[in-house]
Design a protein around this ligand. Structure first.
Ligand SMILES: *[C@@H]1O[C@H](CO)[C@@H](O)[C@H](O)[C@H]1NC(C)=O
Ligand SMILES: *[C@@H]1O[C@H](CO)[C@@H](O)[C@H](O)[C@H]1NC(C)=O
Ligand SMILES: *[C@@H]1O[C@H](CO)[C@@H](O)[C@H](O)[C@H]1NC(C)=O
Ligand SMILES: *[C@@H]1O[C@H](CO)[C@@H](O)[C@H](O)[C@H]1NC(C)=O
Length: 500
């Protein structure tokens, strides 16, 4: 059986760009190495419901979905969502049934701190997450806790949200409370989910709070700066006060992952610039120090051309650079899809004012042969995830990497019949194994997005990322495993049997 499953090759030691050496594990064409972690993820606003239950305060998603119902498809909102606030035991039971070893979920800031500040703690909110964590641990499932997954308390938005530098210490206080309360039980932390996407709620209306719309080109960079500083403050605080808890911290990074449309020098440069001005915007300060040089140069140059005498990208002080550099114990990667990019200007926007997006200076396209999810942006491009992981190990000296989100959406019309999702997982897993066995990257785990069909932001319940179907027409929010969940159950089980 051994020889059928695993083709042993001479153990190689590879070194990526002179960084930490990695021992290549024996190649398996079907399985990940021993100890590889399989997990599933959700986020508070997308699953919990209980939007005003037991003292929870309103957040920016409660506010925008109530204030402007048409902001979301079908006027959907997260008032009840999958009702995980009341049904979390069903969720944990599903995790156990499928065989997951980790559950990544987020804490709702306004459930714990109704006004966002630590002078008003909501005991019921504290208890909810304690119960969830205890339920997970009782079944041997490791919690990975996201401290901020896009649901800012409305009271904090009222002082400017992530544009206000005060948010940095307010977030630090919140993180302190969360570490102090749950840290003896939680060993995996994501401070902030997808800081790149958080900037798209400011100067753009892609996400709540959809504020400061006329300030795009400037406000995204202020927000990005505060997100990085808030993350670093939380990380340093953990090192100082909670290092005996021995947890591992990171952000969940994302951006636009692209491949050059042609092999012209211009398009190759365009793809690199797309990486640096999206992923690199956040991960370069954390893993190398400061913004990528190319990002600084380009925004400074564009700012000068616009007749400004300072760059729209506000610089960090040396102290800030030092505080942010090294503030991660692994690289959390959220990856779904890939696009082609070419040098050029996107003509679709009539707005002459710059934005973080137009600053990149590329046009994007896709290969019409790529299969697609229910979301038009979600093209199935398995080779892209391998290139992205490889880029991380080359760019940031081979850090430990965990795929903190990855998944496929359907439109729910086929209930639990989802061969497309199985295809997606199979092909992406195959590429991920290559990053380990061939490229020598330190990929340690994969967390599926998502455990359940959940509130998909502006798409409401029309886009379903779940391995498990949720019936939104039934007040019990009945959960039914899709075929992909059974496929994954067998896949994880195979690893458990083999490595026992
Ligand atoms: C949204 O927040 C604003 C500012 O606090 C408030 O005036 C408004 O009443 C809120 N809307 C809803 C529906 O809660
Ligand atoms: C540029 O800087 C000078 C000196 O600080 C200032 O007086 C001027 O208003 C600035 N111009 C712009 C366009 O900001
Ligand atoms: C609820 O049921 C209706 C009618 O069967 C269907 O059209 C709709 O898509 C369902 N909604 C959800 C969220 O499942
Ligand atoms: C919800 O579940 C309860 C308890 O199992 C059951 O009695 C009830 O009929 C269910 N409601 C619906 C609408 O299916």
């Amino acid at each position: 059986m051994d020889s059928q499953f695993i083709a042993l090759v001479a153990t190689l030691v590879v070194s990526v760009h002179g960084c930490r050496k990695t021992e290549l594990p024996p190649i398996s064409h079907t399985m990940f190495p021993e100890g590889f972690i399989f997990g599933a993820a959700t986020a508070a606003y997308q699953v919990e419901g209980g939007w005003n239950a037991d003292g929870k305060g309103p957040n920016i998603w409660d506010n925008i979905t109530h204030e402007r119902p048409s902001f979301v498809a079908n006027n959907n909102n997260g008032d009840v969502a999958a009702d995980s606030y009341h049904r979390y035991k069903e969720d944990v039971q599903l995790l156990e049934n499928i065989g997951f070893q980790m559950y990544r979920f987020s804490v709702s800031w306004a459930r714990i701190l109704p006004n966002g500040r630590i002078n008003n703690v909501n005991k019921a909110g504290i208890d909810y997450y304690m119960n969830l964590i205890d339920e997970l641990l009782a079944k041997g499932i490791q919690p990975m806790v996201t401290i901020y997954h896009w649901d800012l308390p409305q009271d904090l938005e009222n002082i400017g949200g992530w544009t206000n530098p005060e948010i940095v210490t307010i977030f630090e206080d919140f993180a302190d409370l969360v570490f102090r309360t749950y840290g003896d039980k939680v060993k995996w932390w994501i401070t902030i989910n997808e800081p790149y996407m958080v900037t798209k709620g400011y100067g753009a209306d892609s996400f709540a709070p959809a504020a400061y719309l006329d300030l795009h080109g400037i406000v995204e960079y202020q927000v990005g700066r505060n997100l990085l500083l808030a993350h670093a403050k939380a990380y340093r605080l953990y090192q100082k006060k909670y290092s005996q808890q021995k947890g591992k911290l990171s952000m969940a990074f994302t951006g636009i992952f692209s491949i050059p449309k042609t092999d012209s020098q211009e398009d190759i440069a365009a793809a690199e610039r797309t990486y640096q001005l999206t992923f690199g915007w956040f991960s370069h300060p954390v893993f190398v120090g400061d913004y990528p040089q190319e990002m600084k140069n380009r925004i400074e140059q564009l700012s000068r051309q616009e007749g400004r005498n300072t760059s729209r990208l506000p610089p960090f002080t040396q102290d800030e650079i030092d505080e942010i550099r090294g503030s991660a114990d692994f690289y959390g990667l959220n990856h779904y899809s890939t696009v082609f990019v070419a040098e050029g200007t996107d003509q679709s926007s009539s707005d002459p004012k710059p934005s973080a997006m137009s600053d990149i200076g590329v046009t994007t396209s896709v290969d019409p042969r790529w299969p697609t999810g229910a979301s038009v942006w979600l093209k199935v491009v398995p080779q892209g995830i391998r290139l992205n992981v490889k880029k991380i190990c080359e760019e940031y000296c081979n850090p430990d990497i965990i795929i903190t989100e990855n998944g496929y959406d359907d439109d729910g019309s086929k209930f639990t019949d989802d061969p497309e999702r199985i295809y997606y997982l199979e092909t992406y897993y195959a590429e991920l194994r290559q990053t380990i066995y061939t490229d020598g990257c330190n990929l340690k785990g994969h967390i599926s997005w998502s455990l359940l069909d959940i509130f998909e932001w502006r798409d409401g319940y029309t886009k379903r990322f779940g391995l498990v179907h949720v019936d939104y027409n039934n007040s019990n929010r009945t959960r039914t495993m899709k075929k992909s969940a059974y496929w994954l159950k067998n896949y994880i089980e195979m690893h458990k049997i083999y490595y026992k």
